[in-house]
Design a binder for this molecule. Sequence first.
Ligand SMILES: Cc1cc2nc3c(=O)[nH]c(=O)nc-3n(C[C@H](O)[C@H](O)[C@H](O)COP(=O)(O)OP(=O)(O)OC[C@H]3O[C@@H](n4cnc5c(N)ncnc54)[C@H](O)[C@@H]3O)c2cc1C
Length: 418
Amino acid sequence: MKVLILGAGVVGAATAYYLCREGHEVEVVERHSAAGMETSFGNAGGLCPSFAAPWAAPGMPMKVLKMALKADPPVRFSLWPELERLRWTRRWLMECNATRFRINKLRMQRVAHYSLACLKRLMAETPIAFDFHAGGVLQLFQTEAECQYGNIAASALKEFGIPHNVLNGRDALAVEPALREATSKVAGGLHLPSDASGDSHIFCQALTAWLRGQGVKFHFGTQVRRLLHEGGRVVGCETASGALKADATVVALGNQAPALLAPLGIKLPVYPLKGFSITALVTNPDQAPTMSVMDEHNKVMISRLGNRIRVAGMAELVGHDLSLKADRRDVLVRVARSLLPNGIDYENATFWTGLRPMTPDGPPILGISGWDGLFLNSGHGSNGWTQACGTSRVVADLVCGREPEIDLDGLTIERFRQ
Ligand SMILES: Cc1cc2nc3c(=O)[nH]c(=O)nc-3n(C[C@H](O)[C@H](O)[C@H](O)COP(=O)(O)OP(=O)(O)OC[C@H]3O[C@@H](n4cnc5c(N)ncnc54)[C@H](O)[C@@H]3O)c2cc1C
């Protein structure tokens, strides 16, 4: 079978791997000159199934409003009445209650844990390297209230059977000694030993290079203009350099998926949530963290990626705007310095922004599209690196006409049609 994959972010690259592994003829279409150049470029690097959870949580609307009113707010939203954002926000608000949160979190957990297992198998089956580190993640608390939150989170982790250790301040410093020089208070933490980290951009580049050697064809620098269909069946796409035909087409276009699918009457409730990151070189390895640290006080994640650290956070509902703002960079540097004051070259850090492809309820949208020959692998939100291998394995199974290894209840577009 010939399969077209639209998009070479981490989701498209992983989908290409699973379909190539099945022996199919695979072609990938990507508008950039290389893989992993958009949202998969500079994310926080966390492979964190243990705390994969929806943004839509009970009390979140009020929290978001309060955060937006703070100095250097971690959350910002445009007041411009854009229809797509208003629709998305309405759906998001409907998910912000305890019942929906639990359902959505369980769905995300199902995909995310499966995904980390898939990634580990992929690593065993290929020679690719991407600064993977399996040392776990430390959720860091600076106040007593945050420690209380940690206790609540721990009881949920216990219920779901996820390994974790609740730590006081001293124990948190023992788990991640680089924090000993922190000028911010370390009041406590939650250590999630089964989580990991890695560079998703390097993963995309290494995997696509390897896949080329396996016969996968990449059409880089090629913009997809529209999907082609004949008699209710999608048969490929039209690109700036001509038509590409296939037996099956997978949409892995991140934030651009809704625009491409709309002409077919497929309404994908995916909206961009902008975030920022800096990447800085480690100048003294003894003073840099060995694991990912999620600073719950500032909602900023710091990951060690080889000889660099990545510091990422913030959430802005401002459409597809990709402008870089110096004040966001300054906040990330300030937060990172307060935790890791030495051993990092902050002066020469690179600054980046990206758009998380968010569904209003949290889980991604996988598989069936309502059109024969067309499959979805979209809406991975703030957990796309964590979920990419699992969702791609699921979609590859569906393309092959096989039952996926995990239950798809609540993970397809059907949940938005009911
Ligand atoms: C600040 C920040 C921090 C994050 N931290 C984490 C984290 O720690 N852990 C985690 O799991 N996730 C994290 N994420 C989320 C994660 O990065 C995304 O969910 C993931 O990268 C989405 O991958 P994707 O392949 O769907 O999208 P993308 O990487 O955006 O890929 C889509 C591709 O489609 C291409 N494309 C689009 N339109 C067209 C077209 N018309 N023709 C041809 N090509 C096209 C694009 O060029 C792009 O390469 C973070 C995101 C941000 C912004």
